[in-house]
Design a protein around this ligand. Sequence first.
Ligand code: MLC
Length: 509
Amino acid sequence: MSFLTSFTENVRKFPEKVALEFIDPPLQRVTYAELDSLINRTAAYLQGLGVVPGDRIALQLSKSLEFILLHLATVRMGAITLPLNLAYPPDELNYFLEDSGTKLFFALESSKDKIQNILPGLPDLQGCIFLEPSKPDQFISQIAKSPSVNLQSPTASLTATAVIIYTSGTTGRPKGAEITHGNLSSNLEALHISWGWQPDDILLHVLPIFHVHGLFVALHGALHAGATTIMMREFDARKTLQTLVDRRCTIFMAVPTIHQRLLDVPDAKSFNLSHVRLITSGSDRLPDEVFTGFQKTFGHTLLERYGMTETGMNCSNPLHGERRIGSVGLPLPGVEVRIVNSEIEEPLPIGEIGDVQLRGSNIFKGYWNQPEKTSASFSADGWFKTGDLGYLEADGYLTLCGRSKDLIISGGLNIYPPEVERVLAEHPAVAACAVIGCPDREWGERVTAVVVLEKTESASGEELMRFCREKLAPYKSPKSIVFKDGLPRNAMGKVQKGELRKEICSGIA
Ligand code: MLC
């Protein structure tokens, strides 16, 4: 069953129920029946532009009804959505559009000047449509008046790719993870059961919708359940607490940085969240202080879960039962977890730390046009190698305790140091560099670059940061630069990042 089948059933069961409500301008509210009709009209519009199953449709739009309609219409007609972070500068954008062979690109009118130059160089691109979601008359009103197609029954098979999301890697350029209709539907059902989703749930949605967390877990989760989603276009801590109270929301999902900001609201304790039945945390390790802070301040035990772009959700602490501090909980239905020795890939006994590997219907199809990288990410016997280190307890709980790959997670977003190092190395004054994550109360980890300058050149930290921001999304760009005369290296010449972290991180505010 495609994940949109359950949505279609909900349209039949709850036509008049509010599916989505945007609570900041432009205020918008659509029922299940209206949403269904708008999706079909958007599909007709896309068909009119020549979109056929399998085409890649890229969206670099703000969090909006336009984004949601284009995404759901794309997957309903068997084409593939490519959601893109708004923070990607033209260099990165160009790579994603070219690599994916995007046919149609929807971008913000306000980005026109910035991205116009890259468009003629994209061989597969047949059109770029600029939209301004702050002016709903421009697209939504037109779509509402336009003809529809009847696409009620799903057109794509479960093995067909529904969405491609780019993730960076330790080597080379970012890779497009192909997520199938089957991946989406099986994972949605697993979460539906595990978290006890109900049609009368009200989800407060504050996350971006260009990632797995905001798009699949939160938005698709609510549509699958026939629930109502209250959409906040941009996260604001006080407004989030006020909305949870005013709108009697029952479910809230966020990343640890957001939970920390809620705790930092000066009168946080005065917000009574007793009617909220579930608050989840994911995309990054949940610090113990945030877990206990939530218990003290809001009387809520956060439910931590574990996921990845390539796999969707893997494990979750239970809805009923012990939510164990520091643990990501138990494998979800249909997901298997094993811990193996990294050298010989032999399963390890309970309690021993090793590589976390996964198997199940949630695991992605592969990296777009990258068969070697795809096969390298699976063990010989078909388990997906997460790159995380962890151990299992006798009762099945998984605890993560590090990464076997070089990765920084900041505010719930993954940053691969080699990508930042490659950009820094292009600067003429940089002789060598290493990028590390230093612990940070707000972001979880703070991107920090350690730079050795060429003997004859000079550059300030500000200049290097500016240089990075021209070529990389701002969240990937270093927040601190530390200059050194040399980098600690092992006998093979490899930079010893562990040493650097010990030496540098304690000195970073
Ligand atoms: C913003 N900035 C960040 C950042 N987000 N820096 C580092 N890490 C981040 N995550 C920077 C901006 O570049 C800007 O810098 C400054 O912070 C303020 O920008 P902003 O846009 O005002 O930030 P804000 O709205 O406060 O965003 C913070 C945030 C956001 C925590 C709300 O990052 C967020 O929504 N994170 C969630 C990401 C997410 O959904 N991840 C799920 C991935 S899926 P300057 O210098 O320009 O001012 C996944 C799988 C799974 O991982 O398991 O879920």
